[in-house]
Design a protein around this ligand. Structure first.
Ligand code: IPM
Ligand code: MN
Length: 362
């Protein structure tokens, strides 16, 4: 029997509450799918930082490398200046563990929760492959004459051929394997950012030659946000850089019904990946048992998929869908008609027996 080693980082704010529901679902699904796991919980986050003045212990990255996967809640604390925890924990782990893909599915489960008037679940069902290790997030740049009237601040988007190519290759492979329309859209800004996007475009069309079965497609990032609202049904898989991916996936989260459902994974296909709901730590909802845990639960499904536990992943996704469709009044915190822990219980109750799952993919 497989035995997975899972590092758990609940993090800040509502992180703990949503991760607890995820772990509840994990326990149930492990029994049904006959695998074992061990968890080790780490207290990285704002409270630890305020207590110890240390953002992340020296040993953290090396220790995390010994796990099969990482399950993370949320990072961000109202008493800590913005940037410290995000850069010191979240981005540091993404970079140091070389999780160069940020995979973010956008799927509408129920049209009741879509802010777009005429769109149905079949219209909103795509995946964003966000480059996760380079671009503007690299943190390159400088101040000149800081604090003077002549101040200049430069922020560099750093794109390497190797970094761009591995991301684009992943996206083509992903489209080949999972794309429903076999269409991969490159989302960029070739008309203005003529260095970075020249490299991206050249690389994309070179790699595309190896995938004749995949339809190529390009959209400027500004137009992409327009299409998300007007014609989201066009999209299948989208590949883009770190900054654009960050922005368009928040819009993606909204059209699928909100942050309550938005799951994501920071993936190193050759190493240790880390799965997290894409919403933040939501301080104002913390400790009230009202936050929606489904984004964390769906992130757990992605985690299991990456570990190769495909049946378990499908069981969780199907159950989450059923709960959204048949139980919830809203996907928003405090308005679901159920508490955080009740939603976790509902997902457990609606897990279908393993042998029925593969025939009955909802
Ligand atoms: C995200 C978040 C992070 C990002 C922040 C918290 C650093 O917005 O995961 O999308 O910008 O990547
Ligand atoms: Mn973001």
């Amino acid at each position: 029997m497989k035995n997975y080693k899972i590092a758990v980082i609940p993090g800040d704010g509502t992180g703990t509450e949503v991760i607890n529901e995820g772990l509840k679902v994990l326990e149930a699904v492990a029994k049904k799918c006959a695998f074992k796991y061990e968890t080790v919980t780490y207290d990285f986050g704002g409270d630890r930082y305020l207590r110890t003045k240390e953002v992340l212990p020296e040993s953290a990255v090396d220790e995390l490398k010994t796990f099969d996967t990482i399950y993370l809640g949320a990072i961000g604390h109202p008493d800590v200046k913005p940037g410290i925890l995000e850069k010191g924990i979240l981005l540091k782990l993404r970079f140091d563990l070389d999780q160069y893909i940020n995979l973010r599915p956008v799927q509408l489960y129920d049209e009741r929760f879509c802010p777009l008037k005429t769109k149905k679940p079949e219209d909103i069902d795509f995946v964003v492959v966000r480059e996760n290790s380079e671009g503007l997030y690299k943190g390159m740049g400088e101040f000149k004459d800081k604090g003077t009237p002549n101040e200049i601040a430069t922020q560099i988007s750093h794109n390497t051929r190797k970094g761009v190519e591995r991301c684009i290759r992943y996206a083509f492979e992903y489209t080949k394997k999972f794309g429903k329309k076999k269409r991969l859209t490159l989302c960029g800004k070739i008309n203005v950012l003529t260095y970075a996007w020249d490299l991206w475009e050249r690389t994309y069309y070179e790699v595309a030659k190896e995938y004749p079965e995949i339809e190529t497609d390009y959209a400027h990032v500004d137009a992409t946000t327009m299409w998300f609202v007007k014609n989201p049904e066009w999209f299948d898989v989208i590949v883009t850089d770190n900054m654009f991916g960050d922005i368009i996936t928040d819009l993606g989260a909204m059209i699928q019904g909100g942050m309550g459902l938005a799951a994501g994974g920071n993936i190193n296909p050759q190493g240790v990946s880390m799965f997290e709901p894409i919403g933040g730590s939501a301080p104002k909802y913390t400790g009230k048992n009202i936050i929606n845990p489904l984004a964390a639960i769906c992130s757990l499904a992605m985690l299991l998929q990456e570990l190769g536990e495909e049946k378990a992943a499908t069981m969780i996704e199907n159950s989450a869908k059923t709960v959204v469709k048949t139980k919830l009044k809203s996907l928003a915190a405090g308005k679901m008609g159920y508490s955080t822990s009740e939603v976790g219980d509902l997902v457990v109750e609606n897990l279908q027996p393993i042998n029925e799952v593969l025939d009955a993919k909802i």
